[in-house]
Design a protein around this ligand. Structure first.
Ligand code: AMP
Length: 216
C-alpha cells in the first residue's frame, strides 16, 4: 500500500504512521525525522535544515524533494510506504506525482488527520523529550515530565526547539498557508480521507483502519 498522512504539526501523523508501518510491514518515511537525524549528526544537510526548522519555516523544496526521491527508490519501498510530513507544498506534491509516475506507481490513499489549532498548541508546547533514550512525554499526563526528568533513564528532559510556543505558532501559520492547499489537491484526485485526531490515539487508529479497510 502506498499511503500518505497529512495534517498540522502535532496532529499525530508520526504516531499513526509508526503504527501502520508496523502493521503493514512497509517503511515509515518522515522527512522531519530525516532532518532531525542529520541535525543530531551535524551533517551539512542538518546544518542547513536547522535554520529553517528552528524558526517554524519549511526547508526549501529542492532540498526536501531530493531527499524523498532518493528514499523512495530504496528497495524496502518496493511493496509500499507511508509518507509522513511530505509533501508539505504544492510543488512537492507535483514532484511526488512525477516521481511516482516514473516508477509506474500511484498513491492509494491520503489520510488527513484533523485537529484544531488550540489543541495543537497545547499538545506541542507541553511535549518533552529525553535526549538520551528519545522517550516522549507530555506535561499534562506525566508528573516526571513536569519535573523535567525521564521516567526510563532519569536524564534531564528537554523541549524541542521547534516546540517553543512562538515556533509552534509559526509552524501552524506555515501549515495553513503552504500545506493546507494539499487537502483540495488530493480531494480532487479522489484519494483523500479525513480522520479525527483530537481525542485518543486508539480512536484515531480505529478510524484509520476503517478508512483503509484493515482489521483492528
Ligand atoms: P515534522 O517532524 O514533520 O513536524 O517536521 C519538522 C520540521 O522539519 C518542519 O517544521 C519543517 O521545518 C521541516 N520539514 C519536515 N518535512 C518537510 C517538508 N516536506 N518540506 C519542508 N520542510 C519540512
Amino acid at each position: 500500500m502506498r499511503l500518505m498522512i497529512i495534517g498540522a504539526p502535532g496532529a499525530g501523523k508520526g504516531t499513526q504512521a509508526a503504527i501502520l508501518s508496523k502493521k503493514l510491514g512497509i517503511p515509515h518515511i518522515s522527512t522531519g525525522d530525516i532532518f532531525r537525524i542529520n541535525i543530531k549528526n551535524e551533517t551539512p544537510l542538518g546544518q542547513l535544515a536547522k535554520q529553517y526548522i528552528d524558526n517554524g519555516a519549511l526547508v526549501p523544496d529542492e532540498v526536501t524533494i531530493g531527499i524523498v526521491k532518493g528514499r523512495l527508490t530504496e528497495p524496502d519501498c518496493g511493496n509500499g510506504f507511508i509518507l509522513d510530513g511530505f509533501p508539505r507544498t504544492i510543488p512537492q506534491a507535483e514532484s511526488l506525482d512525477s516521481m511516482l509516475r516514473e516508477m509506474d506507481q500511484k498513491l492509494d490513499k491520503v489520510l488527513n488527520i484533523v485537529v484544531d489549532d488550540d489543541v495543537i498548541i497545547r499538545r506541542l508546547t507541553g511535549r518533552r523529550v529525553c535526549p538520551e533514550c528519545n522517550a516522549i512525554y507530555h506535561i499534562s499526563t506525566s508528573e516526571k515530565a513536569r519535573e523535567g526528568v525521564c521516567e526510563s533513564c532519569s536524564a534531564k528532559l528537554i523541549q524541542r526547539e521547534d516546540d517553543r510556543e512562538e515556533t509552534v505558532i509559526n509552524r501552524l501559520k506555515t501549515y495553513h498557508i503552504q500545506t493546507e492547499p494539499l487537502i483540495s489537491y488530493y480531494k480532487g484526485k479522489g484519494i483523500l480521507s479525513e480522520v479525527h485526531g483530537q481525542c485518543l490515539v486508539e480512536d484515531t487508529t480505529a478510524e484509520v483502519n476503517k478508512e483503509l479497510g484493515l482489521k483492528e
